[in-house]
Design a protein around this ligand. Structure first.
Ligand SMILES: [Zn+2]
Length: 377
């Protein structure tokens, strides 16, 4: 293992680390630091990447998502220190020699959530190879914005932050494009982004992609909506959020139907979660409800199930990219359930209480853990 920040070589057994430093080969616990290490804290512990209390709490917020954890680890591994400082107008942050300076002026306008998202974007911009040409600049700038939007999605789900202030609303807008899969294209053709890259880097950019001519509509098979599910769908649509969710599901072009046990098992490739009440099958492009569950379950409970699976149907493309995304997708689907239950019953009570715990910690739900970990990404 080699660390760029202070050019040391080390090896670890997961508990202890042997480091080749200025005093030759030395041994310490993984949780300790030598005084010559960049993240040494008085007493021999590990210092966080920043001594500034505001930045430290932004880092806390940043670490609430998988992407944020990665960025934090990157700060730590590279011994990067963060601090506020005076920078030129319009410059958000600056990096040199392991010091990441955030513009006091610009960053004072934002709350911790927006700051954390910006930090994630900026860290992406800093990491890896520095762009040499305008083209490389644009690619990296777009990717850094996408990473920030990804963080926002992991933190707040596909609906974004509720009751946002102005800066949060801008992040919610990015999120909407991100979820729709069009954010990359938008940023690629954004005039000010392109101008910035051609001003600061060598070379010119390829013309901004012009929209493809509208393809001829190809006949798609009409999605199946199982009439037996009518009462449950009506119940679902009896709330404002339920109507929206149904509308989005319709627009996704996916099907929804009931299947008996043998049909259900043949589609559901995860053996051992025999109790599953419903699934979204990517192969079938359909939400499928198990007949054994459907029989004898009230419409409202079926509606709760549908809300969850519809979320998967609508955003399956996001949930299939990585293990972390799969878990984030489960959280998001549960947030939809909670939203619907709140509207329908007035608040989350009694038997729905468990949903909150699931949204907080999707990894702890055995069926999801099994499902997410069994996929290939
Ligand atoms: Zn699910």
């Amino acid at each position: 293992m080699w660390r760029k920040a202070d050019n040391w070589t080390a090896f670890t057994d997961g508990y202890r680390t042997w480091i080749n430093g200025p005093n030759g080969l030395e041994q310490r616990l993984n949780s300790e630091r030598f005084p010559w290490e960049p993240d040494y804290a008085p007493g021999g512990g590990i210092a966080g990447p920043s001594a500034d209390p505001l930045i430290a709490s932004v880092l806390q917020v940043m670490r609430t998502t998988a992407t944020g954890m990665d960025v934090y680890q990157w700060f730590v591994d590279n011994g990067i220190r963060l601090a506020f400082g005076e920078l030129d107008d319009g410059v958000n942050s600056q990096y040199s020699d392991g010091n990441f300076v955030l513009n006091t002026q610009t960053f004072s306008e934002y709350d911790q959530d927006v700051l954390a998202a910006k930090l994630v974007s900026d860290a992406y911009w800093l990491g890896g190879t520095y762009p040499r040409t305008a083209t490389e600049c644009l690619v990296k700038l777009v990717q850094s914005q996408l990473t920030g939007a990804q963080w926002w999605w992991e933190r707040f789900g596909s609906d974004g932050k509720v009751s946002p202030n102005a800066a949060q609303a801008r992040m919610n807008n990015l999120l909407r494009l991100y979820v729709a899969g069009t954010l990359g294209d938008r940023l690629n053709s954004d005039i000010s982004t392109r101008e910035w890259c051609t001003t600061h880097f060598e070379g010119s950019l390829a013309p901004s992609p012009t929209p493809e001519p509208t393809p001829q509509p190809t006949p798609v098979p009409t999605p199946t909506i199982d009439p037996e599910l009518g009462p449950a769908i009506d119940t679902m649509r009896s709330t404002e959020f339920g109507r929206q969710a149904w509308q989005q599901f319709l627009e996704s072009g996916k099907s929804v139907y009931i299947c008996d046990d043998s049909c259900f098992e043949s589609i559901h490739r995860i053996v051992g979660t025999g109790g599953a009440a419903g699934i979204y099958s990517h192969a079938k492009q359909a939400v499928i409800v198990r007949r054994a569950y459907f029989e004898g379950t009230d419409s409202a409970s079926i509606a709760v199930l549908l809300v969850h699976e519809f979320n998967h149907a609508i955003w399956s493309h996001l949930h299939r990219r990585s293990l972390a995304d799969c878990f984030a997708g489960e959280s998001d689907a549960v947030r939809w359930q909670i939203k619907w239950v709140n509207e329908f019953y007035g608040n989350v009570l009694g038997k729905w209480q468990y949903l909150l715990a699931r949204a907080e910690n999707p990894e702890a739900v055995p069926a999801w853990k099994k499902n997410c970990e069994s996929r290939t990404y």
